[in-house]
Design a binder for this molecule. Sequence first.
Ligand code: SF4
Length: 358
Amino acid sequence: MKVQNKTDYLTGKASDNALLNEDEIRYLLEIPYNSLDAGYIMACANQLTRQACDGKAEVHAQVGMNLSPCPRNCLFCAFAEVNKIFTGKTELPVEEVVALARRAEAEGANALFFMATGDYPFERYIEYSHEVRRTLKPETVMVANVGDFTDRGARDLKDAGYSGIYHAVRLGEGRDTKIKPETRLRTFEVAKDAGLKLGTCVEPVGPEHTVDELLEKIIVGRDANPCYSGAARRISIPGCDLEKFGMINELHMAYIVAVTRLAMGLDIIGNCTHEPNVLGAAAGANLFWAEAGANPRDTNAETSEGRGLGVTVCRKLFAEADFEVLNGPSIIYGSNDSISLDTEITETATVPAPDAEL
Ligand code: SF4
């Protein structure tokens, strides 16, 4: 058995840190994920990730601060009002947010994410963030996982002690969500201007997404020069409109993780996948998330009792994939100085409330 010459050429090109063009990424995405060539590509992605991150994986921990039926109605989200999973609002008191953050910090999380839903007041998010920041070690990396914000909001996040954000132009953005892709891109830009680093991802991937859609989102992410990209599958929310499409399996997701690794180039050192799994790490993922509190992929209001894994479990999954996990603050969120934005933006800034991301 032998892989195709073109597969061999493209993996070699990526190893030389030469950026693959769109046709080349398309070729990779079109390869069947359970083929010999796909296996070779996943093994190459594993090697490239180890090279990019000096063999160190990271576990970041997310605290979901509230849950609420969200009027943005992203169809893949458990918080979407239309999905009728959560009918009432609940919110963690700041003491609980602090306790969850400190626990994750003590367990060795390399960065802490704070997530809130669409109708959570931005001022309160900032206020809580200052309070949490005061209780954490000065070197602990904080990342904001909120919705689209203005330049003023970006500066407030920076002043509250955040190193970066998680943000994405999601698959089906503007079709399966009520948010325009341009709004997401504008948030990339204002975050960059405030000195916040961007982590992004090709998500949430479902069986119905075409090669063209995956390719577009890989390129959008790459053009933003993030500190990491990667890929994550959609988790079906019971009763939601997208449930009829089902879910891709872990092997399929791992293959998209591998193609994203090859497409990003070695200067983007992080490559995430979610939810955490060994196959994804073996295909080149070096970033997992632990989760506590609310979770947009879970119907359990406290995800640590549902789908969410803890920091220790995530570290163990990386160990099973023969990855060493970094001890100390995230290198990924320290890996570039700012976000560069090459993608054209056609919409002027809007001022929506913060919201939660997957
Ligand atoms: S993903 Fe965010 S904006 Fe969309 S429904 Fe969920 S909480 Fe609201």
